[in-house]
Structures are given as C-alpha cells and as structure tokens.
Design a protein around this ligand. Structure first.
Ligand SMILES: *Cc1c(COP(=O)(O)O)cnc(C)c1O
Length: 811
C-alpha cells in the first residue's frame, strides 16, 4: 500500500503537470490533467513494479503466464488508484485543486483489446492474480486498433475504427531490448549431425516482436505483475529504404505492410471462427514471441531447462493460443536440444487449457495446406504429435475407426485446435458447472473417457474491486458501514450483509443508492441519446454482445407485446419500465445487425407514442464497452440473462449485476444456475426450457416453431408485425429475423420460451411493487455474490491447475 498523504500528492501532481506541459496546472486542458495524473500514478507504480520483478527473479516461485488473444482492460486510472489505496486521498487532493477526479478518470480511453466476456475474464484474472500475490502475467497482442467503436446512426450500427493509441497511453512501457524474432514461411532443412536429426529453418520471413509492458497493480499488497503485449514490426536491417532500387523498394514496402498487419487489428467476431490466414499469423506471432521470451528469461537467470515444469505454468485462454504447444516443443527440441519424450513431458505438464464455448461455429480448425506453408516446422511437430496420439488410439480402440477419426488432431484436411489442446495439456476446464458437464458428457465425451483426470470445472468470476468497489462507491460505503471491510479481502464475507436486510432502514438505503445510480444513468442517457427516462421506472437491462443465442429478439418480442397490450388498454396496470440495451454486433453478422435495427425501431415507435409515454421507454445505447458497463450495471434493477439454455458457457455480466444488487431474470444456463443455487429460488426469476429439454430437441427433433406460433395469437400478431410495416416502412427490413424464427424453425427456441418469459416478467412486475421485499431480494443477491469474485476462481486455478505456491493463505 502506497504511503502518501494529500498534501504530498498535491505537490507531486502539480510538479508532474509542470514538467510535462511547461505550464501551470490551472492553465491546463482536462486531457492534460488526466495525462499528468496517469503519469504520476505510473511513477508511483514503477517502484513497486521493479521490486516485484526483483523478488520474482530471486525466488523459486512458479511463474504463471496467461496467454490470451484478448485483454479487455477498460480504463486503468481508477483501478490503479484504488489498488494503490490512494483513490480517496487523490480525490480529496484534486478537490482542493478544483479538479474532479471522476471527471478526469472519464477522459481515459478504454483499452478495448477484446470482444466481450472472454477478454474481460482475462482482465479480471490479471487483477485477481496480482491481488492474491500470485506471480501471474498476461501475454497477448498490442493491437493498434482495438474493438471497433460503435455508432448507432439512423438505428443502424456503424463501425468506426478504434484508434486508441492516438492519445498517449500512459500505462505501457516499450521494452525494445526484450524483442524477439518470429519466423513465418520458408522451408525446413533436415540433416543428421552426430547421429541426431537437426532442423534448420531457411528462407523464412522474419518479424520483429516488440513488447510493451503494462503494470498490473495488486490490491494494497505492493505486488505489480506484468501484462506483456506484442507489436509486430519489420526487422530493422531488412528495411533500409535508401539502399533499395525501385523493385526492392516496393518489396520492402510490401514486407513492411505485411508485417505490420499482424498486430494491426483485433478480429471483431465473438464466438465465431473464420479461417483467415492473418488470424493464424496473429496466433503464432504472440505465442512464439511470448514463449521465446519466457524461456530466454528463465535461462538468463540460471534456470535449468529440465526443471521448467516446476517453474512456469502456461495457461491458454480458449484455443486461440494453442500453438503454444508445438512452439514450446520446438523451442525445447530445436533450441534446447531435448529429445521428443522429454520435451513432451515438460510441455504437457506446463500447459493447461480453458474451453469457452460449445457453439460449433466457434471451434477453430485450420486448413492443413495454409498451416503447413505458413508454419512449416510447427506443422511437422503437430503431425508427429498426431501420429503418436493416433497410434495410442489404434492400440486402445481396435477397429473403432469412427471414434479414432473423430478424435484425431488432423482430419478432413484440417488441424483441429481443441483436440490438440486437450491431447497436449494436463488440464482442460469448462467455465461453469453446466458447461463442464456438457463438455464431459457430450462435446468432449470421447476425450473425457480417455483422460477423465484432465477435465475439471472452474466457474468464472469477476473482480469485485472494479465491479463493486470502483464502480459503485455508494454501495461499497453502505457495506463497509454495516459489515466492515473484511469482504474486500474475503468477498464471501459479503454474506454478513444478509442479516442486516431485516432492517427496513438498510433496505431503504439500498433503494436510495440504486435511485442515485439510476439518476446518473438517466442523465447519461439524456446526454447521449436525448431520451428522457424516469428513474422511478424499473431499469430493465440487457447489455452484452448481440448474438442469436443471447436472444435479444426474445426481449424485443415481449416489449412489442407489452406495447400492443398498452395500446389496447391504456389503463393497463403495470409498473413503468425503461428497457435498456447495449451491445455490438460483429460487422459481418447480418442477423445481429438486423437485431440492433429492430431494437432501434421499437425504441423509435414506443418513445414517440404519447399513449405509452408514462409507461415504457426503450433505449439502445451506443458503443457498449467496459467503462459504459460500469455506469449501467450499478443502475440496473432487472438483469436480463435469457440465453438459450446450454449455449452460454458461463456469462459474467450476470455476476456483475448480482453484485450490484440487481435481480436476475434468467434461463437455467451457464452460471445462472449457480447464482440460483446461491440466492435460492425466491430471489431470482427463472423461466424457460432446461438443458435436458433443449438437448433432447437438438438430438431428436420434435420442435416446430410454426406450431408454437399458430397456437398463440400474440405470437401470430407479433411475427406479422415484423413484416407488415409496423416497425419499418420497408417491409423486408426484418424479414431475416422473421425467417429465422419461422422458416428456419427458430434454432434458439425464442418462440418456445416466449410464453414462460412473459409470465416471468409478470412475476417481476408483482415483485417490484412490494418495494421493501424487492430491496431484500437485491440485498440477498449482493450478500451471495462473493463466491463469484474472480479471487475465488483464481485460487481454484492456482491450487487445482497451476500448482502455484499459495502465498495468499496468509492474507
Ligand atoms: C462483462 C462484459 C461482457 C460479458 O457479458 P456477458 O453478458 O456475460 O456476455 C461483455 N462486454 C463487456 C464490456 C463486459 O464488461
């Protein structure tokens, strides 16, 4: 914990500002004030960072490296201040200078190097590892352009590139001396030297991997871990313009562009896989750079390569970094001269893998031809891994060719990344109980049968430091006033809050805090969308990626139905509601983009109809991202978690909402089940098909969405309204949604769950009217959210997978 008082901080800040800008603080622009504060905080962090690195070098503690294509960090200033323990001090110091800290925090660009839940999980894990004294570091790509910025124009999503590095990034440190070379293409020369096979890579295209380090500050514990993001650059001496003739000059430009494209942009698909060569290049690029630097560093400090498995753990976040497996084999065999068996044993013991989805369209597989050409040596190793694995299968499953070809790593002309990840790692985990069960019993049943001990569950979590302490200071104050501060280090201590819920005074305070947060969000909505919403209405929120399986369309249909009812009966007695949506669609995902248009059309119709103006409002907010989530979630009454059961592996926004005292309406999917187990049935609203029913329909058929529709007058009317001009003069506008629901038999059971969903929403209406009981429900949710802190998740990874020393025991 940083020991600094208000006056010192004030002095440091004024000095820093002067140094950076050559003028007095009072003459500065707000952005300059933010940058100066960021630089100052970075200075504070650096001392602890250096000490932490020294400590790691001199200790024999296992270092964990979390490899991920995505890190969705959001803003860092507020969290760094919080974790240093000086956010309050800083706020007071700045107040005295006439500066609003929160306003400065708001000026920071989000670090949007991720799509959604998977990237945000990686960010929460970094925070928890640092806060639990675990030497755990991130490894990823420093995309020049992060996830696109979304503008909603005329009801449609418009993508604007996210030039997040335009302003100075005060958090990163370029480490040119830690660069690595990554090799693409070329050929492999094989020769025998002293009776040993040697492989030499020739005629390859070299790419310089340049690391940028960002500090990851632990909570009041002096620990600062490292997130290392790699940028792709041309190798210098290959690129000396002056010495080129015209032909070489063009070639040089081509080379430069081809290299720089590798870390240029994040692919904006979530839960969807596209076999693009550039993506394969990205995957190998950061994995190779990361591993080379880890091994180099390890050896530099005298590490014995044969003990590598005791000193490092490599975790791969989904299959995107799976090439870590053959790359580590390559380094161990070609560079370190170990034999296959030894390299294999080390690799298997070092690498562990998390599966994030069972959606078939998300499973990565690379065409053999493309792979071989781009990564010739890595291909040889994958081929050898596969041959050895298949031999094992032949001996075990004599004559069971179907099974063997299903399990094979290479098949049908593709390399299957999940198969490779399972075969070559020592641990495979799912991200919620249901998800892990489905992996074991269905999706990966063959592998589970072969390697039952590898499979385990690690239910996701979120860092309560960002998602409670930082984003909801008023609620945090109420909690510390009632139950003390122990929950900050031990989040399950939040349970102590439950006994205060009998106190009507406390329940009223909860209501007041929620109302204050709703007022703030209402202002934000007015400022950004020009829509006036009533803070006393139910804030009914669905914010997440737009995707068919998440069923924003189900939400749309029930709003359309409610609107119809209100028009028919203007005296209909309902608690007023504000429906809030936010989320990005992948640019090539037509159905998802069409869904945004539908939401916008409903908003347009409803918000401009004076007949319903005191009852319902619909808002589609632009550009959903971490910093917006931090504003919406504390202001939410009702959290919509309505994915088709079995499709949402875990979900994490469900946990964020719960922790901020929202009640959840949910299907029994992903971690919703575990939330229900915690708060019990009275404090959550459940509806819809269960996993068994859904899996049964998928397996045996028997569902007809036409039948469901034809037996429900409401659905007949609503589906017609999609195509009769009610919501758009262009009748073909929402034809795609209509077709998916009816002609293509509603893959995600929207119509099937519609009736139960409406009934569940009626229950919400009734529950909300009993304000005192509603507040109790909110309180119970808060009290039972501690288990969903990513601190719990990370402890489980540390002890159950990584075998890291558990220094946090004495926290
Ligand atoms: C938490 C979070 C997500 C994940 O939300 P789900 O509802 O679990 O899919 C996505 N995007 C952002 C910005 C988040 O903070």
């Amino acid at each position: 914990m940083l020991d600094i008082n208000k006056d010192e901080l004030k002095k440091d800040y004024e000095k820093k500002f002067l140094e950076l800008n050559g003028k007095e603080l009072r003459d500065g622009a707000d952005l300059q004030k933010y940058e100066a504060l960021g630089m100052l905080v970075r200075d504070y962090v650096i001392r602890a960072w250096i000490n932490t690195n020294k400590k790691y070098k001199n200790s024999s503690e296992k270092q964990v490296y979390y490899f991920s294509m995505e890190f969705l960090l959001g803003r860092l200033l507020g969290d760094a201040l919080l974790n240093l323990g000086i956010r309050e001090t800083c706020k007071e110091a700045l107040d005295e200078l006439g500066i609003d800290l929160y306003k400065l925090e708001n000026l920071e660009q989000d670090q949007g190097l991720g799509n959604g839940g998977l990237g945000r999980l990686a960010a929460c894990f970094l925070d928890s590892m640092a806060s639990l004294n675990i030497p755990g570091h991130g490894c990823g790509i420093r995309y020049k352009y992060g996830f696109f910025e979304q503008k909603i124009i005329d009801g449609k999503q418009v993508e604007v590139s996210d030039n997040w590095l335009r302003e100075r990034n005060v958090w990163e440190m370029k480490k040119a001396d830690k660069s690595e070379i990554v090799k693409f293409g070329g050929e492999i020369k094989t020769e025998t030297i002293n009776g040993k096979l040697m492989f030499t890579h020739v005629n390859y295209e070299p790419v310089l991997a340049l690391p940028y380090d960002t500090p990851v500050v632990g909570y009041k514990n002096e620990v600062v871990n490292t997130l290392r993001l790699w940028s792709a650059e041309p190798v210098c001496n290959e690129f000396d313009f002056s010495s080129f003739n015209r032909g070489d000059f063009l070639k040089a430009i081509e080379y430069k562009n081809s290299v720089e494209s590798i870390s240029l942009v994040l692919y904006p698909e979530d839960s969807f896989y596209e076999g693009k060569k550039l993506r394969l290049k990205q995957e190998y690029f950061f994995v190779s750079a990361g591993l080379q630097s880890i091994v180099r560093d390890y050896k530099k400090h005298g590490g014995n390569i044969l003990e590598l498995e005791e000193k490092i753990a490599i975790h791969i976040n989904d299959t995107h970094p799976t090439l870590a497996i053959p790359e580590l084999m390559r380094i161990l065999m070609d560079d370190e001269r170990l034999d296959w068996e030894t390299a294999w044993r080390l690799t298997e013991n070092i690498v562990s893998y998390t599966n994030h989805t069972i959606l078939a369209e998300a499973l990565e597989k690379w065409p053999v031809e493309m792979f071989k050409k781009l990564l010739p040596r890595i291909y040889m190793i994958v081929e050898e891994i596969n041959e050895r694995f298949c031999k094992e299968l032949w001996n075990k499953y004599i004559g069971q060719w179907d099974k063997i070809s299903r399990m094979s790593i290479i098949g049908d002309g593709y390399i299957r990344m999940a198969n490779l990840a399972i075969v070559a790692s020592h641990s495979v985990n799912g991200v919620a109980k249901l998800h892990t069960e489905i992996l074991k019993k269905k999706e990966m049943a063959d592998f589970y049968y072969l390697y039952p001990k590898k499979f385990n569950n690690k239910t996701n979590g979120i860092t309560h430091r960002r998602w409670l302490l930082k984003c909801n200071p008023e609620l945090t104050n109420l909690l510390t006033e009632t139950i003390g501060e122990s929950f900050i280090k031990h989040p399950t201590d939040l349970e102590n809050f439950e006994k205060y819920l009998d106190d009507t005074n406390i329940r009223e305070k909860l209501a007041q805090i929620k109302l204050n947060n709703k007022n703030k969000l209402a202002t934000e909505i007015y400022n950004t969308k020009g829509i006036i919403v009533d803070p006393n209405s139910i804030f009914d929120v669905q914010v997440k990626r737009i995707h068919a399986y998440k069923r924003q369309t189900l939400n749309c249909l029930r709003i359309m139905e409610l609107y119809n009812r209100l028009i028919e009966n203007p005296n209909l007695d309902i608690v007023p509601r504000t429906f809030i949506f936010a989320g990005k669609a992948a640019p090539g995902y037509y159905l998802a983009k069409n869904t945004i248009e539908l939401i916008s059309s409903i908003a347009h119709k409803v918000n401009n109809d004076p007949r319903v103006k005191d009852k319902i409002k619909v808002v589609m907010m632009d550009n959903y991202r971490v910093s917006l989530a931090e504003k919406i979630i504390p202001a939410t009454d009702l959290s919509e978690q309505i994915s088709t059961t079995t499709k949402e592996a875990s979900g994490t926004s469900n946990m964020k909402f719960m922790m901020n005292g929202a009640v959840t309406i949910a299907t029994l999917d992903g971690a919703n089940i575990e939330i229900k187990d915690e708060v019990k049935e009275d404090n959550i609203v459940i509806f819809g098909l269960d996993a068994e029913e859904v899996l049964n329909y998928y397996k045996n058929g028997g569902y007809s969405s036409w039948d469901v529709c034809n037996n429900d007058l409401r659905l007949m009317k609503l589906t017609t309204e999609l195509i009769d001009g009610t919501y758009n003069v262009d009748r073909r506008r929402f034809k795609c949604i209509h077709e998916n629901l009816l002609d293509y038999n509603d893959e995600f059971f929207v119509l099937k769950d519609f009736d139960e969903y409406l009934k569940a929403q009626d229950r919400v209406d009734k529950l909300y009217r009993d304000s005192s009981n509603w507040q109790r429900m909110c309180g119970v949710n808060i009290a039972h959210s501690g288990i969903f802190s990513s601190d719990r998740t990370i402890k489980e990874y540390a002890t159950g997978i990584w075998g890291s020393e558990v220094l946090y025991k004495n926290l």
